[in-house]
Design a protein around this ligand. Structure first.
Ligand SMILES: C[S@@+](CC[C@H](N)C(=O)[O-])C[C@H]1O[C@@H](n2cnc3c(N)ncnc32)[C@H](O)[C@@H]1O
Length: 249
């Protein structure tokens, strides 16, 4: 018999796209939900990570689990991305359809290519074929070890990993207060914003609560073979930008 999928410890939210097409259901409202759940602060986080991604020296960037393309749209706004190629991938066809509409001219100009890919297993992406790999706000809802191993495989030696992910506020009492606040407010906000679809905020809440601290996640990245592992907390540590490099040149 198959092992239980995915193993609990590696998937903080215990989310599996095969079992629940929650992102397909909320694709048209996803950006609104981000504003509601984060009170708009996600825009600041995305601007920061987009600036970081755009500033890296890549010719080919793969953005895994790109969603509606919110971050790649911000990456495209940087002049430094002229003449560079971006592959924006996601497992959800409705999320990709929303991204397609939003990218518009970027797709026509051949700057962005959309692909339906599972970040945990991307057999159609060759080894060492991308210069930079980014993923945002998804490590908590997938098997992060598999996703990190795939990122490592597809990156060329010397390639850059940039992740924006849920993190922890360093002061434990404040982190606990933040979790309590989220556990109280999110069901109400989520219920209103999704018209009663509980999945979206249930996964988000579990993912935030059970995701490792920034220090532990950095160790996990290192354990997958990356070096130059670093992170920077944003908004006191509600999220963090993690960066790393695949060894080699
Ligand atoms: C919280 S959204 C983040 C979207 C985008 N990165 C952003 O920051 O706006 C999570 C996205 O991950 C996608 N996703 C979840 N599991 C995935 C997997 N195993 N492989 C690829 N995409 C996945 C969902 O379809 C959804 O679009």
């Amino acid at each position: 018999m198959d092992a239980p999928y995915p193993p609990r410890s590696e998937n903080a939210a215990e989310f599996a796209w095969r079992h629940d097409d929650v992102f397909g259901r909320i694709a048209s409202r996803y950006d609104l939900l981000c504003d509601v759940f984060s009170f708009g602060i996600h825009r600041l986080w995305k601007r920061r990570v987009a600036r970081r991604i755009a500033g890296e020296p890549w010719s080919v960037l793969l953005d895994g689990a790109t969603g509606t393309g919110d971050i790649i749209l911000r990456v495209l706004a940087h002049q430094t991305t002229e003449g560079r190629t971006i592959v924006a991938a996601d497992i959800s066809a409705p999320m990709l359809a929303t991204a397609r509409r939003r990218f518009g001219a970027g797709i026509k100009a051949g700057r962005v290519h959309l692909r339906q890919l599972d970040a945990e297993a991307m057999p159609t992406v060759s080894d060492a074929s991308v210069d930079a790999y980014s993923m945002s706000l998804v490590m908590k809802i997938c098997d992060r070890r598999r996703a990190l191993e795939e990122a490592f495989r597809v990156l060329r030696p010397g390639g850059r990993l940039v992740l924006l992910e849920a993190s922890n506020i360093r002061w434990r009492w404040l982190h606990r207060a933040y979790l309590a606040y989220m556990a109280t407010c999110m069901p109400v906000l989520g219920w209103l914003a999704t018209g009663g679809d509980a999945s979206a905020y249930k996964y988000l809440l579990h993912g935030i609560r059970d995701f490792p601290t920034a220090e532990v996640f950095a160790e996990e990245i290192r354990a997958c073979g990356f070096h130059e592992v670093d992170f920077k907390r944003l908004s006191l540590g509600i999220v963090a930008i993690h960066t790393a490099r695949k060894p080699g040149t």
